[in-house]
Ligand binder design. Structure first.
Ligand SMILES: *[C@@H]1O[C@H](CO)[C@@H](O)[C@H](O)[C@H]1NC(C)=O
Length: 355
C-alpha cells in the first residue's frame, strides 16, 4: 500500500503536475484508508528541552559581585517561555550499524516544509542517493494535520524523517532548526560535521566533502561556514514578512549571520549552539537567530560564497549548493545533466550515470 502511494506520487511528479494535485489525490486515498492512522508509539517519547514560543519573558537576572575576588559573575538570563515539543517521528537507526551505535562522519539535515513531498522525493532520487555509510541524511519536519497520514506512510517507508509536534510553518523555522540541533547532538553526538540545508537546494556533495576535507587538514576549530551576511538591517515596516519591532530587537543591525538555507558546521559548534539557545531571546528568523547565538559564543562565521543563495545552472559543477532549483522535475533533470557533465566528480559517491 505504502509503496503504491509513493509510486503514484513519483509518477505524478514525473508527469509534471503540481504538488496540489498530488495532495488532492492523496487526500482521496486517505479517505479510503482511515485505519492507517497509527503513530509509532515508541517514537512519541523524548521531549525537546528547548524550544521557543513567540512570546518572550524572562526570569530574574543574577549578578553577584564577590568582594574578595576581581572576577565578576556573568549574567545569565534564562528564557522561561521555552516550551517542550515532542517527537512524532524519531528514526532510531540513522546512527546505528549492525545493531550498534555508529555515528556517521557527516549528517545532512534537510529542513523541509511538510507539504513539500515532491522536493523530498526528488532529493531522495538525486543528490541524496549517495553510496557511503559514513554520510546520513534526514528531513526535519513540523506537524501538519493536513498530511499527517501521508507523513506516517513516508516515514514508514524511508525512516528518514525527524518530526516534532509544533506546527509546520515558515514562522516556526527557528523551532525546526533547534530540533535539528537537538536531534544531532542527542542522537549522533560522535558525528563530526552537520550540514544544514533546505529542501529547495541542489547539493554538490563531492564538493561539500572536499571543503570539509580541507578544513579537517587545516585543523580548523569550531568550523561553521556558509553564505555570510554582514551589517544587514532588520525590517522595521509592519507590513514586512520579516518585520521585527525595536522592542524585540533593539539594535540597528543584525549581527553577522549565515544564510540558513545551506551551512556546514562542526559537531562541536552544534553542541555549543544547542547549549546556548536557552539563554538567547527567541527570534523567528532562524538564520539571524543562529547568528545571535554564535555572536554570544564568540564563534567566527566563515564566509563561503559557494554555498550559493541563487541557482546558477552553469556553475552547479563547482558550487557546493545552489538555492531554488524550481520544480522537483527540474532538480531531477539538472542532476542528470550535471552528473553527465562531471562524471569523474560524482563517480565515487554515486556510481556511473546513464548518459
Ligand atoms: C508554531 O508552533 C506552535 C506550536 O505548535 C503553534 O502554536 C504556533 O501557532 C505555530 N506558529 C505558526 C506561525 O504557525
Amino acid at each position: 500500500m505504502v509503496k503504491n502511494v509513493i509510486f503514484l506520487v513519483k509518477q505524478i511528479l514525473k508527469s509534471g503536475f503540481t504538488i496540489l494535485v498530488t495532495l488532492f489525490v492523496l487526500h482521496l486515498i486517505w479517505n479510503s484508508t482511515a485505519d492507517t492512522e497509527k503513530v509509532n508509539k515508541r517514537d512519541m517519547h523524548k521531549p525537546i528541552s528547548m524550544a521557543v514560543t513567540e512570546t518572550v519573558t524572562f526570569e530574574s537576572v543574577t549578578t553577584t559581585e564577590d568582594a574578595f575576588t576581581t572576577e565578576k559573575t556573568t549574567e545569565k538570563v534564562t528564557y522561561t517561555k521555552y516550551q517542550t515539543f515532542k517527537y512524532i517521528h524519531l528514526p532510531l537507526k540513522i546512527c546505528e550499524l549492525d545493531g550498534g551505535q555508529f555515528d556517521p562522519f557527516l549528517l545532512i539535515v534537510v529542513k523541509s516544509s511538510a507539504l513539500q513531498i515532491g522536493n523530498r522525493e526528488a532529493i531522495r532520487s538525486t543528490w541524496a542517493k549517495f553510496n557511503n555509510p559514513n554520510i546520513k541524511l534526514v528531513f526535519l519536519l513540523g506537524y501538519s494535520p493536513l498530511i499527517k497520514q501521508y507523513i506516517n506512510m513516508e516515514y514508514n517507508l524511508y525512516k528518514d524523517i525527524v518530526q516534532q509536534n509544533f506546527l509546520d510553518d515558515y514562522f516556526n523555522n527557528t523551532l525546526k532548526t533547534i530540533m535539528g540541533l537537538d536531534w544531532t547532538v542527542t542522537h549522533c553526538p560522535k558525528s563530526k560535521f552537520v550540514f544544514f540545508v533546505d529542501d529547495d537546494y541542489f547539493v554538490n556533495l563531492p564538493k561539500v566533502l572536499n571543503y570539509i576535507d580541507y578544513h579537517v587538514r587545516k585543523q580548523t576549530k569550531h568550523l561553521i561556514a556558509g553564505h555570510k551576511y554582514t551589517g544587514a538591517v532588520p525590517k522595521r515596516k509592519t507590513g514586512s514578512k520579516w518585520y521585527v519591532s525595536w522592542q524585540d530587537y533593539p539594535e540597528k543591525r543584525w549581527p553577522p549571520y549565515l544564510s540558513g538555507g545551506s551551512m556546514i558546521m562542526a559537531m562541536s559548534v552544534a553542541k555549543l549552539l544547542k547549549e546556548q539557545i536557552p539563554y538567547t531571546k527567541p527570534l523567528f528568523i532562524d538564520d539571524v537567530f543562529l547568528g545571535i547565538v554564535a555572536k554570544s559564543l564568540n564563534i567566527e562565521l566563515w564566509n563561503e560564497r559557494k554555498f550559493s543563495v541563487s541557482f546558477v545552472p552553469d556553475r552547479l559543477g563547482s558550487l557546493f549548493s545552489a538555492h531554488r532549483y524550481g520544480s522537483p522535475k527540474n532538480l531531477i533533470s539538472e542532476w542528470k545533466r550535471v552528473r553527465c557533465n562531471h562524471k569523474n566528480l560524482f563517480q565515487k559517491l554515486y556510481g556511473s550515470p546513464d548518459c
